[in-house]
Each structure stands twice: as structure tokens, then as C-alpha cells.
Design a protein around this ligand. Sequence first.
Ligand code: FAD
Length: 278
Amino acid sequence: MLPPIANRFVAGESPAEALEHVRRLNERDVKAIVNLLGEHHGDRETVDADAAEYRRLVADIAGSRLAAAVSVKPSQLGLDLDEDVFRTTLAAVVDAAAERDVFVWIDMEDHTTTDATLDAFEALARNHGGGVGVCVQANLRRTRADIRRLADVPGKVRLVKGAYDPPADVSYTDSARVDREYRDLLELAFERYDGGIGVGSHDPAMIEHAKALHERYGTDFEIQMLMGVREDAQYELAREDEVWQYVPYGDRWKSYFYRRVMERRQNLRFALRAVLTG
Ligand code: FAD
């Protein structure tokens, strides 16, 4: 069972707990992007089990009429095994979701997976005429070209600063430079896209920038933030704009929880306080 300390960042171990969290979010006008925790699966059985759980999840989302999408990780759906396995498994999840009108996001993992991820996204998005979106990372030098490439592909793009630590020859390592890139790439996306843009950031400056770009270009956008991070801001922003919360669940919660706690001193303090006060 999920210990209470992890409840802030993870919705539970079961799909039912995740969907109960989504229901509460929807009551506050926040939509959800549900993610079954799992990555770097090294065997076909685990890949197929996660894909089957995603297919059940999209049916449950549609059946309960929740405002929710799902987000999958390429290495969860077989990319570490073989690119064909990944493409076939992803296609089966996207087909099941499309039948029920549930949107599928594809998370972006480390820079060695970018080509395979974008190729799979592009093929599916063209085939389905939308219903699927992909994440791109502002800290990668290639992303400007990737955004241009994706401009005429149906579907949505989520821009994030980048959670991985790529080598300097392919990335910007200085955080001020990544922020500059994020602003510029956001503008490029607002200028070129009509499918919709996911602003995957907790940074108030980037969210203000996105709102100003929406005023200028009219492009649809959604603000996306993680469960447990700036939740009051999420509810506040949802009064005016579309806000989606990324909601992870599942029994593989430990490394995700550890990452959230370690990325910010305040989160570490929160975790220590929770341990000390039981
Ligand atoms: P940061 O640069 O970390 O912080 C900027 C400012 O935001 C801070 O100064 C503060 O004002 C505010 N802020 C940030 N965090 C907090 C906090 N915990 N509490 C209070 N204020 C805070 N990365 C990937 O590589 N691939 C993905 O597929 C991916 N998907 C994502 C999906 C979503 C919905 C989100 C929100 C992020 C995703 N990321 C992904 C992670 C992303 O790349 C960043 O690592 C992460 O969002 C931190 O960057 P930031 O833009 O939020 O702000």
C-alpha cells in the first residue's frame, strides 16, 4: 500500500485510486493526464502487461466520463527491447484510446530516444488525424528543428524544460539558457501550430508568457503541471485557462517519489516533516 508520505505526488497504487483522484480534480475544473508508473522494461511480459493496463484504463476513463488523458513512456512500451515492439505496442494503446476518444500523450525520455519517439508519434498522429501528443525538451539543441518538423503533423506538442541530463554537445546545460530557449520555442510553437500546445511547466514566468502568446496568435494551449506541485496555482489558473494535472499511479512509485523529493529543498523538508510526525 502507498504510504501516506507518497500521497502528495502519487495518486495510489491502483487505477481505481488514480481515477478517484481524477474525479476530485475534475470537480475543481482541473483535467488529468494519468500515468501508470514504469520505465525501462527489459522483458516483453512487463511491456504487454502495462499496455494491457493502459487499454483497461482508457476504457475506465471513457466509461466513467472523466476529463482525463493518459501519458505513456516509450521505454515502458518496449523501446528498450526493440523499436518495432515499441511502435506496435504504442499503436495498440492509441487505437484503444482513439476508439473511446481518450487522448494519449507520449512522454519524452533521454536524448537517445528522441528520433524513435518522434517517428512513432508522427506515424500515429498522421494515421489517426490527431488524438495523440508528444513531449519535446527545450534543453536539447535539436528541439527547434523538431518543432518545425512537427508543425504540420496533427496532434499536440507538450514543451518542457527537460528532466534528463544530456551531454553538452546535444544540450544547453545552463538553466538561464534553457529558460531562454523555452520562451523562444514556445513562441515558435504558438506561431506555427494549430493543434494545441501543452505548456508543461510550473514556472510562473513561462505560464505568463504562454498567456501573452495566446493573446497574440490565438493558438489553443493547456497548462500542464505535476500532482503535488503548485496545486493551489493549478486550481487558481483553472478559473481562466485549461489546466491538466499529470497524475502518476502504480506500485512502482518509489523512484518517482524520490525524484520529486530530491528536486527541491522544500519537498525534502515536507518529506522529513511527514516522517517525523508519522
Ligand atoms: P523549474 O525550472 O524547475 O522552476 C522554475 C520555477 O517554477 C521555480 O523558480 C518556481 O517558481 C516554480 N516551481 C518549480 N517547481 C516548483 C515546486 N515544486 N514548488 C513550487 N514552485 C515550483 N520532462 C521530460 O524530460 N520529459 C517529459 O515527458 C516530461 N513531462 C512532463 C509533464 C508535465 C505535465 C510536467 C509539469 C513536467 C514534465 N517534465 C518532463 C519535467 C520537466 O522537463 C521539468 O523537469 C520540470 O517541469 C521542472 O521544470 P519547470 O519548468 O516546472 O520549472
